[in-house]
Write a protein that binds this ligand. Sequence first.
Ligand code: PEP
Ligand code: MN
Length: 353
Amino acid sequence: MIIVVDSQADSDERAQLIEVLGRMLGTLRPLTVTRTREREVITLDSSVLDAQLQVALRQLPAVADIVQLQTPYKLVSRAFQATNTLVEVGDSRSCQPVTIGDGEPVVIAGPCAVENREQLLTTARAVKAAGAQMLRGGAFKPRTSPYQFQGLGVEGLKLLAEAREVTGLPVITEVMEPGMVETIAEYADVLQIGTRNMQNFPLLLAAGRQGKPVMLKRGLSSTIEEWLLAAEYIMAAGNPNVILCERGVRSFDPQTRNMLDLACVPLLHQLTHLPVIVDPSHATGRRELIAPMSRAGIAAGADGLILEVHPDPTTALCDGKQSITPEELSVIVQEAHLMMQLLNGMFLAEKVA
Ligand code: PEP
Ligand code: MN
């Protein structure tokens, strides 16, 4: 249930609403007040207020509307916001800003990990020349084994900022712990929350309390509902700029690294107004599958792709088997735009028929 606060309400009327809700709910329920793009709302679990209490609430001057939603997630729900969320990435003073969700496929590309200055700057320039609009690169790497390369840390963040200055590409990088959110947000244009941290609730809240957009990757074995509830944490904490990223889920078959769930893309567009990016690199783990699954991702309705690129994938310190070359990236970028044009034409034909 969402209570929409009347924008004309004065501070006494707002205080009255909070006080009445506090009495109705008791101390066990959190009261979540959020300012979304368009309005101020209070979000509650639907089960907590019966019909009579709702009638009483509607009488209060600070209540503009009460929206009933059947799903456990509220703010991310398409039923709450019918229009697509467009996420604006990057500050024009430091890079070429990008809009995610406006109908043009956005390609984010770069190495799995920032390895050194030369590797990053060479890749960043090549990624830009290939037509990608954003640069990715891990500075803090969540590695399965503690003996693997863990990333360059803050030094990697500085290199990403330098690569942005050189190329004009906005950068995205992963944040793994709440205490690092502010530092990462100083350098990055988008904060990435990786699959292993999808349900790290303190991290979701910290990312929700800062101003940069957040890309939330699907958990290793998460249901769509768990994923949307994780996105809800970020939005409820005050950040409306959330991008979902499908990166494959655990399956029984070791032939591919994960199972790319492309059906979730059109389904997510029904369930939520948030943009959806597909990551064929971590989903398949196999270089030769990246181009076909990129085409398939766009065909399924993704708002963009995130791809791992390395100038020499055989020497990559991390995820070389799934990394493509800049030349391969260039073909994928062109195909993504062609695919989008084709789809727009098909939808046009559907409307005409
Ligand atoms: C990544 O994109 O760098 C990454 C580690 O991906 P995931 O969290 O999906 O495994
Ligand atoms: Mn990787």
